[in-house]
Design a protein around this ligand. Sequence first.
Ligand SMILES: *Cc1c(COP(=O)(O)O)cnc(C)c1O
Length: 415
Amino acid sequence: MNHETVRETDPAVADALDGELGRQRDTLAMIASENHVSEAVMAAQGSALTNKYAEGYPGKRYYAGCEYADDVEELAIERARELWGAEHVNVQPHSGTQANMGVYTAILEPGDKILSLDLNHGGHLSHGHPANFTGKTYEVEQYEVDEETGYIDYEGLREQAEAFEPDVIVSGFSAYPREVEFERVQEAADAVDAYHLADIAHITGLVAAGVHESPVGVADFVTGSTHKTIRAGRGGIIMCGEEHASDIDSAVFPGAQGGPLMHNVAGKAVGFKEALDPSFTEYAEQVVANARTLADALAAHGFEIVSGGTDTHLVLVDLRPSHPDTTGGTAEEALEEVGLVLNANTVPGETRSPFNPSGIRAGTPALTTRGMGEAEMERVAEVIATVVDAPDDADVKAEASAEVDALTDAHPLYE
Ligand SMILES: *Cc1c(COP(=O)(O)O)cnc(C)c1O
């Protein structure tokens, strides 16, 4: 992989692209929402379809010349229906946030009510944060996880729903390590006659592979990102029953978006094909096994793991009990210096600012894509423990950096 064609026109951008490729090769990508797509997905994204306007849907476009755009979108839809078992799929949302916007546009009027998980407890900006369009457009109330256990309090959610009477309850989270019990959220929604939107952005791949319970057929609407635990390139997706199909399609276009990014739809089609291969199930199982090993190894090093472990691809660590003077930001920075890239994160019962919170979040999808297994997770936990124990110690960091090099060299990326 090189950027020679870009370099001929624009050396400054080529330098940045080479730099980013080198950064990904030489570091451990442990931001839980990141992954490495195949070169086939990248090639589809970098194709001539970026030139094509295809407003509308296959067979009903507003522009001429859409025969190949139709082929690509039909393939993406067909494969998504097979992967998740949904009756209706819309593959046009530009991102997970745009997918949520599509659903809200289809079912809500300004001022309608959303009940969703607090961002500090693992929710997402697009679920009603005041800085997001959702917080400005809708009336939002938020539920929380149980601070003692780290699990969603489904009983409490139901009581809150009965008091607030929302139009939609949103489930599906950004920093929740445990399996979501979609049927229990559905019971709360049924009790107050609200819609249920299950946003599986983080776990689309785990759900497709059957290693996490599926909300398809349970929730009214399911949205997701296509670049997190499934490796189909940046984008979003919406799934629903046939009864909502035309409302969703017209909410995405023309409701919330213009022309679809057909090159990204091509990337989705290729990534979905890869995920239909039986090897993807093995991959998803390994992602979860790796996260469990990482959680256990970090706990053995004395870290407090929110909820006591994980059922998914991510581990959330509360640094306060073990490292009361170390913030998530300090840990993130020291780890980045040694080539281990994760993010500071708020934790349930957060006592610091969201800009420098008390936790760190680590995910295994990208390392698993590089072929790393449980033995490597033990070594990764050791790197995290030694560096967070001594974030200012140059000798410790030099040793940790050498260990990161050994791990990345043994598991090369984009050869
Ligand atoms: C990542 C994420 C999204 C979508 O994010 P985009 O960056 O817009 O693709 C939506 N919901 C949740 C819960 C997420 O974690």
